[in-house]
Design a protein. Structure first.
Lengths: 669, 127
């Protein structure tokens, strides 16, 4: 705006200066014109010369006069001249040049008009030439003035006025007019561009055609003509000068410039205020970040971190509602912390981004908490006051800090979780080793003890006692073997060295044979076989034996003596199913996936009453994974546990659903 | 030897085999020893102990529920003079030290089962 105004003003100024300069140039021109015209009007000196030649006589005839007069001035200032004789009150023309010239015909009484009379009297009394008041149309339609030179009949002039009055004989007379002078002095072009007037007092002798133009660049020349003074005025004709810009336009431009400058000053002040406001906001942001930064960096615990931070943030931004949600491992937003009432459902929420300029008071907004391009949570809030760009920038900066802190806290949480799991695994390993060593010692002590009794007291022992001791030794040797198998499996599991060699086998036959071999495990239970014939599986027979052995020994351990243990083999869609159900207490649903975890032993009463190293089912799971099979435990109809293994029936097939048709990953870790 | 008073023994062990082994060892050694009762855990042990008032209690350390030392502590709280032998598969210094503090007479490894009758005679109160 200022620039526009300045440009307009500058243009006007240049224009004005041009006009002024042109006017000055023109004024010099008009002065020239006035001077030229003025010089032309000085022609009456010619008349003075003729008067001198007349030598005071008035009795010259026309021819003599013509000879004395010679050529009239070519510029036409003298229209005609003549000699007139004073006859009482009359002044009668006696000779003229040119002959019979119109303004002064011979015989005319020139003193008939009062103006001329006064001129004659003045000339007679003073002895000097005298010019009459101009008369319109006096000379051939042109305005002209009579000029009279007194003639006293001698070369010398009478001394006194009375003598002059008495001695005057006549006059040399002429009509002089300025018009031809002007027209002969100036070219038609000059007359067009320059207006000229010649005046005698208020009487306008001559006005050039452009004399109606406004008077600009005016020059005046005063030309003395005998007793009178003619004025030559010259000025610029219409269009000869560039028009000066109107003063109101110039004023308007100045006003616009002033207004622009004032506006600019106000604008600068406002910008200054805005700048100071931004500085203040920056200071606020720096303070907040300075306060919040250490708080956010030092705290690794979300529960400890958020309340302090929320209070800080709420105070800073006048928030009456603030909530932080974090993204859990499934990518869902979980509300983690909130102060103030929750926003009404369906209430519009503004997402604050890099281009958000302002938030109204009471407007709900959300800022995504992002870390390395990943959203780790959201901050939702509402402020009692309007939040402008600087505050929003600060909020976003603090949100970045919060996002980093949340990321750290989540990382810390995950690490804590890992540490907890490792500790748990360590605890389970220790427990496993402790259990195994206790079981080993117990079994060895029993074998050793009963063996010693047999060796040392054989002769005194009854057959019944001998039988009992030998049975006990055998049973403990079996336990010892299973413990050693468990230990070896444990070592293989640790080395990931369990190997399998699957082939197509008759699952029906394999299970039947294995059950016969392991029958001693279930001496105190009623064993029911529900084995369909000709069920095949693509699997490793040794692995199936280990799996079935584990299932059966679990059933034996955890279900009371005298109850039924059922072994089932049947086709299951394109797979084959092996299941062992018991009538024991069953396994709580929440523990069903964990029982297949290494070293895991349920915390139930039944577990404490039984031997076990917590390795058997982990081995089962490992075998199943290698055989593309799946193992699971659910509830038997009796309420006891049902351990299930699903085997593929051809190579390269994965068992991908469990006994309830659920996807396998949901069921088994 | 027949004049020696009969020493009643309470056997506490969660393993049936170990109870059987102890019982057989004591019965075969005879000579004034007899099995007054058997228990598979701490609670049962306390019930049997109050009922049978045995001269000596043979306690397994590792059992479900209360440990042998915990059972010993409760028995000795009621009867500080009770002779108790801790009989465990695994003995570490912590356990033996704690047992001594409580007033348990002896700690024995299950590998030393043949020496149990000796210990019983040794710690049985003279009456």
């Amino acid at each position: 705006m200022v620039v526009c105004s300045a440009v307009v003003l500058g243009l006007e100024w240049a224009y004005w200066r041009d006009a002024t300069s042109a006017t000055a140039r023109f004024k010099r021109g008009t002065a020239q014109v006035a001077s030229t015209v003025g010089r032309g009007l000085a022609a009456p000196t010619y008349l003075g010369r003729v008067n001198g030649l007349l030598d005071g006589r008035t009795d010259v005839d026309g021819a003599t006069l013509a000879r004395l007069a010679g050529t009239l001035p070519t510029n036409g200032v003298v229209q005609a001249l003549g000699v007139a004789r004073a006859q009482g009150d009359q002044v009668v023309v006696t000779a003229t040049v040119p002959a019979n010239a119109q303004p002064v015909p011979v015989g005319t009484d020139l003193a008939a008009t009062p103006a001329n009379r006064r001129a004659f009297d003045l000339a007679r009394d003073d002895g000097d030439p005298s010019v009459a008041e101009p008369v319109r149309g006096a000379a051939g339609g042109q305005s002209a003035s009579l000029i009279a030179y007194p003639e006293y009949g001698a070369a010398s002039m009478p001394q006194s006025t009375a003598d002059r009055r008495a001695g005057v004989q006549g006059y040399l007379v002429a009509f002089i007019t300025p018009q031809p002078v002007v027209e002969n002095s100036l070219t038609p072009d000059a007359l067009h561009t320059t207006a000229v007037t010649v005046t005698d007092g208020p009487f306008v002798f001559y006005a050039s055609p452009s004399a109606s133009a406004p008077r600009r660049a005016v020059s005046q020349k005063l030309v003395p003509v005998a007793n009178r003074t003619w004025t030559v005025t010259a000025w610029a004709g219409p269009g000869a000068l560039p028009a000066r810009p109107a003063s109101w336009a110039l004023g308007l431009a100045i006003a616009a410039l002033v207004a622009s400058v004032v506006g600019l000053a106000l604008l600068l002040r406002r910008v200054g205020r805005g700048y100071r406001a931004r500085e203040a906001a920056r200071a606020e942001e720096v303070r907040l970040i300075a306060d919040a930064g250490p708080l956010l960096q030092q705290s690794l615990d979300l529960g400890e971190l958020l309340p302090d931070f929320a209070v800080e943030l709420a105070e800073q931004f006048d928030l009456d509602r603030l909530g932080v949600a974090t993204v859990n491992e499934e990518g869902e937003l979980i509300d983690t912390f909130a102060i103030g009432p929750p926003p009404a459902p369906r209430r519009p929420i503004v997402e604050v981004g890099a281009i958000t300029m302002q938030l109204e008071p009471g407007e709900d907004f959300v800022i995504p908490l992002q870390r390395t391009g990943r959203t780790v949570g959201t901050l939702r809030a509402r402020s009692r006051r309007a939040l402008e760009r600087p505050q929003l920038d600060s909020l976003r900066a603090v949100s970045d800090l919060l996002a980093a802190a949340l990321g750290n806290a989540q990382l810390y949480q995950r690490e804590q979780e890992t540490v907890r799991r490792l500790r748990e695994l360590d605890r389970m390993k220790l427990s496993f080793l402790s259990t195994v060593s206790h079981e080993l010692r117990t079994a060895v002590a029993a074998i050793e003890g009963f063996g010693s009794l047999l060796v040392e007291h054989w002769p005194t022992l009854s057959d019944e006692q001998r039988r009992e001791f030998i049975d006990r030794i055998a049973r403990n040797a079996g336990s010892l073997k299973r413990l050693v198998d468990d230990l070896l499996d444990f070592a293989r599991l640790e080395r990931h060295a369990l190997t399998v060699a699957p082939r197509l086998v008759s699952l029906s036959d394999l299970v039947r044979q294995t059950v016969e071999q392991l029958a001693s495990l279930l001496e105190q239970h009623e064993l029911v076989l529900d084995i369909r014939p000709d069920v095949i599986a693509f699997t490793d027979p040794d692995a199936v034996e280990r799996i079935l052995g584990n299932f059966l020994s679990n059933a034996a351990k955890y279900s009371p003596p005298g109850t039924t243990v059922t072994v089932t083999v049947e086709p299951y869609g394109a797979r084959s199913l092996l299941a062992v159900s018991d009538e024991g207490p069953g396994i709580p649903a929440e523990e069903r996936t964990r029982v297949f975890t290494r070293f895991y032993r349920s915390e139930t009463e039944a577990t404490h009453r039984t031997r076990g190293a917590g390795i058997g089912l982990a081995v089962v799971k490992e075998f199943a994974d290698r055989l593309n099979a799946v193992v699971a435990v659910d509830s038997a109809e009796s309420g006891g546990a049902r351990f299930v293994a699903l085997f593929p029936t051809e190579p390269g097939t994965l068992v991908d659903v469990d006994v309830a048709g659920r996807p396998v990953p949901d069921l088994v870790e | 030897m027949g004049s020696k008073p009969v020493t009643g023994v309470l056997i506490v062990d969660d393993e049936e085999d170990m109870r059987a082994l102890l019982r057989s060892t004591i019965e075969i050694a005879n000579e004034g020893l007899h099995v007054a009762g058997e228990a598979a855990d701490g609670d049962e042990a306390l019930v049997q102990w109050r009922e049978k008032r045995p001269e000596v209690v043979v306690l397994d350390q590792r059992m479900p529920g209360a440990t042998g030392l915990e059972v010993a502590e409760r028995i000795l709280a009621e009867h500080p003079e009770q002779a108790i032998i801790l009989f465990s598969a695994y003995l570490d210094p912590d356990i033996t030290e704690r047992a001594a503090q409580l007033g348990v007479r002896a700690c024995m490894s299950k590998r030393e089962i043949s020496r149990v009758p000796e210990a019983l005679w040794k710690y049985a109160p003279e009456s």
